[in-house]
Design a protein around this ligand. Structure first.
Ligand code: SF4
Length: 878
């Protein structure tokens, strides 16, 4: 009955010889579902059949890492090769780290639960600066020496990549090599080089020498930074002739590559639980604070046809309820109008919403706003960045207050009640008047709404000068200056406005790392030894540890926030983004003058140096503006076809008459690792499986339509069950039960299985009715005479009352009264039949077992409990 999808994990048996058996510890961590893997479309290959094994590491928790599009791309590319495999590793939370250390177990991949040392290469994403200590946690738990210089032939190659690689100096000593730029092509060259080196039995140094021949690959050990007495850089000395500068790798054409397909579908809620389709890479708007706007130049767009195709394939294969059009500025995507119309036409009918996470004021036309609201009113966030037109000119934002207010008016007019604004403070030339102006702008924007109670909420963060930008020489605000601005806003913003701020202490450390040099490897290692973990998480972040580490290493952290002289050697000077330093400097001076630099995608080339105009050049698919669409349609048959589809949209989606409704009860089991999922996560898994299996289900009406399905009461996390059910409102009757069960089970992860389908009777117990539920429990030990005696003692009592906290309130429960039957079976298992009422809170079955057998909390977590059946008292079956 289970999945025949060859790309889906089929069983619990790890294929790596040294796989870690984590089942015994998962029940003891806060969120075990982060570590079980088994996502739909995950790939688990035969370890014996491949020549190169790659662990792809994202150095933060699963919820963040699993949302990262880049890692999914590399995962698919490597796994598309017969001779290679890729598996994933995410940072453990502190509780799992402690357990692994206690047991002396290595960190493991999700797919095969293999230790890092079983891989030939470990590819680590460098997404942001506050994840650096997590890299050390992962290497250390992986039993790999932290410093590249200490590794030998038995260790995998540690290769970095991602947007943080353009100043990797603070972590340079931990990496054997770091890829600059787009990874699509380079990842296979790197893996193939390692394969050949293995075949030729080259040693580590010989292999690294070969890696330097791959374009875009930076080997830090072949560059030696030299400092003066004050610790400032004198030069970065190349140690290998002919390897003096490393140029970034760039994919000339996004159209020629597909997105990550089939998409990985997480079982647990993650930050961005959706299908991402990249519509463009690169942005040439020229915001002077933006590093991504420099390192991903030029703009390379996908055609509308390709975007629509990738979206349709991805939603079919993934079952997501949201599609996100990804790019640095999706509103600037030249084919947005035709693509969006076509996507909405397809997806509105399937209740799939389309979101554009990076929309810019000035690109939000009424037409686009109208499209966005068709399925769900996703949140509306606008980024004015600065409070005044003057400061926005300095940063080259290219929008005026008038543009911003016009957009707010439009958004409010379309029914939104809340808009979020994002600002930075500490931008070059900022004065306190610019900060005060934020509050004034919020007042004006609120007044653009015609309806009642409009709200603008504000998020602020300290500006962090980034390498390779026109502001890379500028100073950063101190922590105190950051708080001063927050206080000013707290006092001056309207009462209705909620203010959120990024912790200035975290921005301080981000600033240190962002423009840091190689000295910081020492600081990071020291802070990690002192206990720094998961620094991007406010609840874990502790600046004091970093300050202590700074004192121990004789490093003044605040020094890294200072202004740089324009002639100063910068730690990233030998790493070339393609954009000329002279362009950055010219932009810096233009900023001081408030001069605007136009976007080269619609105006002339601004001569930044990124393009060679042979292979590398801007790729703009529809060279039209929204206002020119009509004219373009006349000339472009493909666009005409799409536009016609869009025009028909409203007719197709006119309210249809009430469709027939067939209410069925689907019985299902939830066993194995699925016991670690929450009720909401299981609901999500079924909704996605319905979409993938094309099961026609009615949806609710209103703001956020969801499938009309009601589930049996939530099962406590950790409990398995053979007796769950859901009542589903189908659009068609079930004529072939076996076919539907088979189709659905192929779309469900191992451990979730539809058992049978029945016409839904009104089986719901009314509030006063008694329910009986049978559980089978195995403790992690043999049951003894003493246990039998305890059980006997319990059964002989009239009542056993305990107090428990439920929803924050103290409640009394009579455990004896709830245990209708309780016995030890021949097979060393316990059977409990528990009585409950729909309208009364009851104890959890393990609370009864714990009390009866005097279990410790640890023993409770080690127990396996399976719900076997549930029925109304007095009924012989369901
Ligand atoms: S070289 Fe010219 S066209 Fe290419 S990204 Fe730079 S400014 Fe744009």
């Amino acid at each position: 009955m289970k999945s025949d999808n060859s790309n889906t994990i089929e069983n619990d048996q790890p294929l790596s010889d040294t796989a870690v058996n984590i089942n015994s510890i998962l029940a003891h961590v806060k969120k075990p579902s982060r570590y079980i893997g088994k996502e739909f479309n995950a790939v688990k290959k035969d370890w014996q059949s491949v020549a190169v094994k790659v662990a792809l590491v994202f150095p933060d928790l699963y919820e963040i890492g699993m949302s990262h599009h880049g890692l999914h791309i590399l995962y698919r590319i490597i796994n598309s090769q017969d001779t290679m495999l890729a598996e994933r590793v995410y940072a453990p939370d502190k509780d799992l780290e402690a357990l692994l250390r206690k047991k002396d177990w290595p960190i493991f991949s999700l797919e095969s639960r293999a230790p890092l040392t079983d891989f030939d290469m470990v590819g680590i994403t460098l997404p942001f600066e506050l994840c650096y200590t997590n890299i050390l946690t992962i290497l250390d738990l992986g039993k790999i020496p932290l410093r590249a210089s200490k590794r030998n032939d038995s260790h995998p190659f540690i290769i970095g990549g991602g947007s943080g690689s353009f100043n990797p100096e603070p972590v340079a000593e931990f990496f054997d090599a770091i890829l600059l730029g787009d990874g699509e092509e380079a990842i296979l060259e790197i893996a193939e080089t390692i394969r050949q080196a293995k075949e030729l039995q080259l040693d580590r140094q010989e292999t690294i020498a070969r890696l330097t021949e791959i374009a875009g690959l930076y080997v830090p050990s072949l560059f030696e930074p030299q400092y003066d007495k004050e610790g400032r850089l004198l030069q970065i000395k190349p140690l290998k002739p002919g390897y003096e500068k490393v140029n970034r790798r760039i994919l000339p054409d996004l159209e020629s590559v597909d997105g990550p397909f089939p998409p990985l579908v997480p079982l647990v809620r993650i930050v961005h639980d959706r299908l991402g389709v990249e519509v463009a890479r690169g942005c040439t708007r020229g915001c002077r604070f933006c590093q991504a706007g420099i390192i991903y130049r030029p703009v390379r767009e996908r055609s509308a046809e390709k975007v629509v195709k990738l979206a349709e394939q991805g939603i079919t294969a993934g079952g997501f309820e949201e599609l996100a059009l990804l790019s640095l500025s999706t509103g600037d995507y030249s084919c947005l109008s035709p693509a969006l119309g076509r996507l909405m036409d397809t997806f509105v009918k399937q209740y799939v919403s389309v979101s554009m996470p990076s929309m810019r004021v000035g690109t939000l036309t009424p037409e686009i706003i109208q499209q966005i609201k068709k399925v769900r009113k996703t949140g509306f966030t606008l980024a004015p960045e600065a409070g005044t037109d003057r400061l926005r000119q300095v940063i080259n934002k290219g929008i005026t207050e008038e543009d911003l207010l016009a957009t707010c008016r439009e958004v409010f007019a379309h029914g939104w009640k809340l808009i979020k604004f994002y600002f930075m403070f500490g931008l070059p030339t900022e004065t306190m008047d610019d900060v005060k102006a934020i509050s004034e702008l919020v007042r004006k924007a609120t007044k653009t709404a015609a309806g009642k109670n409009p709200r603008i909420n504000v998020s602020v963060a300290t500006f962090v000068p980034k390498p390779h930008t026109p502001f890379q020489w500028e100073p950063q605000l101190s922590i105190e200056e950051g708080y001063e601005r927050i206080d000013l806003l707290k006092k001056s913003l309207p009462k209705s406005c909620k203010l959120k701020w990024h912790n200035p202490r975290q921005s301080f450390l981000e600033g240190v790392m962002s423009r840091g040099d190689r000295h910081l490897s020492m600081l990071i290692e020291e802070a990690w030894k002192l206990g720094s973990r998961l620094d991007a998480w406010t609840e874990h972040f502790d600046l004091e540890l970093w300050q202590k580490a700074g004192a121990a290493c004789n490093i003044d952290l605040a020094e890294y926030l200072r202004q740089r002289d324009l002639s100063e050697i910068l730690p990233w000077q030998h790493l070339d983004t393609g954009v000329d330093e002279s362009f950055l400097m010219a932009e810096f001076f233009k900023a001081l003058e408030g001069m605007y630099t136009e976007d080269c995608r619609v105006h002339a080339c601004q001569k930044c140096g990124a393009c060679d105009f042979k292979t590398i050049k801007p790729v703009v698919q529809c060279k039209i503006k929204d206002s020119d669409i009509q004219e373009s349609i006349e000339k472009n048959p493909a666009a005409r076809e799409i536009a016609q589809d869009t025009a028909e949209y409203d007719v197709v989606n006119e309210k249809q008459g009430p469709a027939e409704r067939f209410r069925c009860r689907f019985f299902y089991s939830r066993t194995g690792d699925m016991r670690f999922l929450s009720h909401l996560e299981v609901i999500q898994i079924f909704f996605q499986a319905f979409r993938r299996a094309n099961l026609q289900v009615h949806f609710s009406q209103g703001f956020n339509p969801v499938p009309k399905v009601s589930f049996s009461p939530a099962l406590p996390v950790g409990t398995e069950s053979m007796a769950e059910y859901m009542d589903v409102d189908l659009k068609q009757p079930v004529t072939d039960q076996e076919f539907i069960i088979g189709s659905l089970n192929r779309q469900l992860p191992e451990g979730c299985e539809i058992l049978k389908i029945a016409l839904s009777k009104d089986n719901k117990a009314n509030a006063s009715e008694e329910m009986l539920t049978c559980y089978r429990i195995s403790l992690g030990r043999s049951l003894s005479q003493e246990d039998q005696g305890r059980l006997q003692g319990f059964l002989e009592k009239e009542s056993v009352t305990v107090s428990k906290i439920r929803k924050g309130k103290m409640r009394l429960f009579d455990l004896r009264n709830q245990a209708a039957e309780l016995q030890i079976l021949q097979n060393n298992k316990i059977e409990l039949i528990q009585i409950s009422h729909q309208d009364k809170a009851s104890s959890k079955p393990m609370e009864i077992i714990k009390e009866v057998f005097g279990l410790t909390d640890h023993e409770v977590l080690d127990a396996r409990i399976v719900k076997l059946w549930s029925k109304k008292a007095g009924l012989s079956g369901l």
